[in-house]
Structure formats: structure tokens, C-alpha cells
Design a protein around this ligand. Structure first.
Ligand code: EPZ
Length: 425
């Protein structure tokens, strides 16, 4: 397995540009199935999860033309099967968006239960509840989800939790259902709004995305369009925290400042200088880092996908910080890896108590999942000495050229290939 080698201690300096949003690109690429024509999707991130989604659609019959590193032309209307390639789907959480799109377009779908980062239970009961409310019949047997319908119809759906995935799947299916669908307690993340904008540009009628009530009026057909994906909120936040942790001075460009509000507020509270300018945010890290209380929760609260990264930063704060994880039931597995580097953290259930230490030291650590891997990189950048991070396949699923981007702002990080058979994911 490949690994990263990081020599810590450099103060990051300069400008780094954000790529397209992974969590917007996945549903938007899947949504091209709903179109009756060809779509051109721009600003897609060059990451494994996205290439996996494109490969899944291609294997199902979509016509795919790669225009350049971040642009693809996709004719999802050429799909000739609603049975998804399971060897690929089990490796990608976002593969379950095929449920909403294939049900909406063809009235059926067969797909293996999705994969994705392992931080506790990842049920799909809300997806099923929503799709059944629209008129789908769904069964799960031997890990295979089979869904079909004689015709989807509008419904009023209340989500017990503001689930991103369930909100997206219901939106996708409802776009082609007959009648009006209202989703209450809907997720409000930026990628929900981006998907709604994409669907509306194709001729759908999705109103209220970004609020907790979304109304979708079904339409008979959708046209192919050109669409550019929003910048990745979590990648941007990862670089902002990297600057704050290393006493750096970094401008993160090509982002939407509004999406970063909760993190900006926390970094200012921690003592960093944070200034917005158009589509950029400049972060100047200061020491000492002030202790914080952070609750990771649904948007517009502090994003759970930045929880590992802010915990890594607070390992170096002066005093005791508390980080509470409200979304996932076991998203602190990476803490053991931070402790190997000298962090002083105790986890009880969904609460981490972090006693700041003067410094972290390089060690051999592993990336437990995508954002945990990012947190280990940040800790290594701020640590003294060398750190080896293995299992980096998790990181490369969701960050475009993270080594190149970090090196461009002064990080001493490189990727080393280790001649061991890769463990099949
Ligand atoms: C999406 O996962 C993201 N993944 C995750 O980001 C992110 O952590 C999560 O949203 C929350 O923001 C993608 O977009 C591909 P949820 P998703 O449904 O949709 C419960 C990353 O780092 N729930 O919003 O799977 C669930 O257990 C990844 O990019 C149910 O109970 O998350 C959790 O407690 C990691 N039943 C809460 O809702 C369901 O049917 C939120 O989950 C679905 C979810």
C-alpha cells in the first residue's frame, strides 16, 4: 500500500485553489441518468470516488467522453440496464443515488448495499421510507437492494434525521414522479442546493433546497445541459485548518465563503486571523491556539466532515477543548492515531475531551477513513519530526492531488509506493 511521508514544522505559505465538490459531483453525475440528452459536467474533482461513479455509469451503458481533467460529457439516457455493477458499487457510498435516478427514469433498480467510510452504523432506512412513500416497492436480500414501481407519485415525507443521502435520493426520484413531493426536515448542505440547481437547469421543478422544506413537482422529461460543480467546502476547510495549525499564512481560493461560515467563526475564536475576499479566504495561524468547544452537526452547523481536522488542531490548543459529534455514532476512531503522536485526548461515546499539548511528534500512523486521513496529514504537518501515514487510499478517494497542493504551499510531504499487494477495498 502507498503511504505519505511528512516532515513537520514548516509554516504553510501561499495560495491553494479548491477543486469541485466530491459530495455534489456524485449525485449530479448520477442524475445525468434522468436526462433525455447529453450533459457536460465541469469542475468535477479528479478523485477516485468520482472516477468510480463515472465507471459505474459507463458500465450501465452511459456514453462518456472525458474532455479534460475536470470535464466530462455524459449521456445517461443511453443506460440500458438498471442492474448496477456490484463490484464497483460496494466501494462507493454515493452509488446508492442510482436508486433514486433509476427508479425515477426506468421504474426499477437493483444495486448492492453501498460502501463508504466506516464510522459506525450507516443505515438507509430513511432512503427506503422516502422511496416507498413515492410508490416504490423495495426488498433487500443477501445485501442486494431491489426496487421497482408501477409509477412514482408525489408524497409528503418527513425525515427523522436531516439525512443528506436520503434527501438526495428522494429529490432524484421525485423529479420524475407524477405530482408534488414535499420533503420536511430535509438536509441543507451546499451539495443539496447544487443538485437542485442542476436538476432545475435540466427543466425540473425543485424549490426550497437549502432550507429544511424542499418541494419537488414532477416533470415528464429533462434536457441535457452544461453545468459546473460548486467548490468543495470540506477540502477548503481542510486547507484553512492546515494554515491555522502550522502558524501559516494561506489564501484558499475558488471557494464560496458563505459555505465556510461555521469554520471561519471557530478559527477566529481559536485566535487565527481569517479574512474573506471575493472567492477566497486568507488564514493566518497564531500561537497559542485557543481552546474551543465544537459540536459537529448538520449544515449550517459545524460540518461533521471537518470534525477530525479541527480535533487535530485542538490537540495543540492551550487548555482543554470539547468536541461533540452529533451526526455519526463512532467518528473518533482516528483519536488513537493522534495519541501515537503525543495528543492527550479521551473519548466517551460521541464526546472527545482534548487536553492541548505543547507539541506533537512524528510517528507511524494510519488513515482510518477519508477525513481521518486528512486529520493525520494536518497533525503531521504541525508535528516535529517525520510521520508515515499508511492506508492513504482513503484520502485519495476524496482529495484531488492533496500532496501537490500541500507542497505548493510549502509542506514537506511526499507519497511513497510500497510494494505490497493492495488490500481489495
Ligand atoms: C453524506 O453521507 C456524506 N457523504 C458524508 O461525507 C457526510 O458525513 C454526511 O453526508 C453528513 O454530512 C456523501 O455525500 C457521499 P447522512 P450520508 O445520510 O448521506 C443517519 C465525506 O467525508 N441516517 O446525512 O451517508 C446516519 O446514520 C463523507 O465526504 C439514518 O439514520 O450521511 C447519520 O447519523 C463521509 N438513516 C445521519 O443520518 C438513513 O437512511 C446523517 O447521515 C440515512 C442516514
Amino acid at each position: 500500500m502507498d503511504k505519505y511521508i511528512v516532515n513537520g514544522g514548516n509554516k504553510l505559505q501561499g495560495e491553494v485553489r479548491v477543486s469541485g465538490s466530491k459530495n455534489a459531483a456524485l449525485p449530479i453525475l448520477a442524475a445525468t441518468i434522468l436526462s433525455d440528452g447529453e450533459c457536460r459536467i465541469e469542475n468535477i474533482p479528479e478523485i477516485r470516488d468520482v472516477s468510480l461513479m463515472i465507471e459505474i455509469l459507463y458500465k450501465m451503458g452511459a456514453e462518456v467522453r472525458t474532455i479534460d481533467r475536470t470535464t466530462v460529457e455524459m449521456d445517461g439516457s443511453k443506460i440500458y440496464t438498471t442492474v448496477s455493477p456490484n463490484d464497483l458499487c460496494r466501494r462507493l457510498r454515493g452509488s446508492y443515488y442510482l436508486l433514486g435516478t433509476c427508479l425515477g427514469k426506468f421504474g426499477k433498480c437493483e444495486i448492492e448495499m453501498p460502501g463508504g467510510c466506516n464510522f459506525g452504523l450507516r443505515p438507509i432506512d430513511l432512503h427506503i421510507k422516502g422511496l416507498e412513500a413515492l410508490g416504490a416497492k423495495i426488498s433487500i436480500d443477501g445485501g442486494i437492494i431491489k426496487a421497482e414501481t408501477d409509477g412514482l407519485h408525489g408524497a409528503n415525507i418527513y425525515l427523522d434525521k436531516a439525512s443528506v443521502g436520503a434527501t438526495i435520493n428522494i429529490m432524484l426520484a421525485a423529479t420524475r414522479a407524477k405530482g408534488v413531493t414535499v420533503i420536511e426536515n430535509a438536509a441543507r448542505e451546499p451539495h443539496i442546493v447544487d443538485l437542485a440547481n442542476f436538476l432545475n437547469s435540466m427543466g425540473a421543478s425543485v424549490r426550497g433546497a437549502g432550507t429544511d422544506v424542499i418541494k419537488i413537482t414532477g416533470v415528464d422529461s429533462l434536457i441535457g445541459v452544461t453545468y459546473s460543480i460548486i467548490p468543495d467546502q470540506i477540502e477548503a476547510g481542510t486547507f484553512m485548518i492546515a494554515a491555522a495549525m502550522t502558524e501559516g499564512d494561506v489564501t484558499v481560493s475558488g471557494l464560496i465563503p458563505k459555505h465556510m461560515d461555521s469554520l471561519t467563526a471557530k478559527l477566529i475564536e481559536a485566535g487565527a486571523e481569517v479574512t474573506e475576499d471575493g472567492e477566497s479566504i486568507r488564514v493566518i495561524g497564531k500561537r497559542p491556539i485557543n481552546k474551543l468547544n465544537v459540536t459537529a452537526i448538520y449544515y449550517p452547523g459545524f460540518p461533521t466532515d471537518l470534525q477530525p481536522q479541527i480535533t487535530a488542531m485542538l490537540s495543540l490548543a492551550s487548555g482543554t477543548s470539547i468536541v461533540t459529534e452529533s451526526v455519526w455514532d463512532n467518528r473518533f476512531r482516528y483519536v488513537d492515531e493522534l495519541i501515537k503522536m503525543g495528543a492527550d485526548i479521551k473519548v466517551e461515546g460521541r464526546v472527545a475531551t482534548i487536553n492541548g499539548v505543547p507539541k506533537l511528534s512524528g510517528a507511524s500512523v494510519t488513515a482510518c477513513d477519508l477525513r481521518a486521513g486528512a486529520a493525520m496529514i494536518l497533525a503531521a504537518l504541525a508535528a516535529s519530526g517525520a510521520t508515515e501515514i499508511d492506508n492513504i487510499i482513503h484520502v485519495e478517494r476524496g482529495y484531488e492531488d492533496i500532496v501537490g497542493k500541500l507542497r505548493s504551499i510549502g509542506a514537506d510531504i511526499r507519497k511513497e509506493s510500497v510494494n505490497e499487494p493492495e488490500i481489495a477495498l
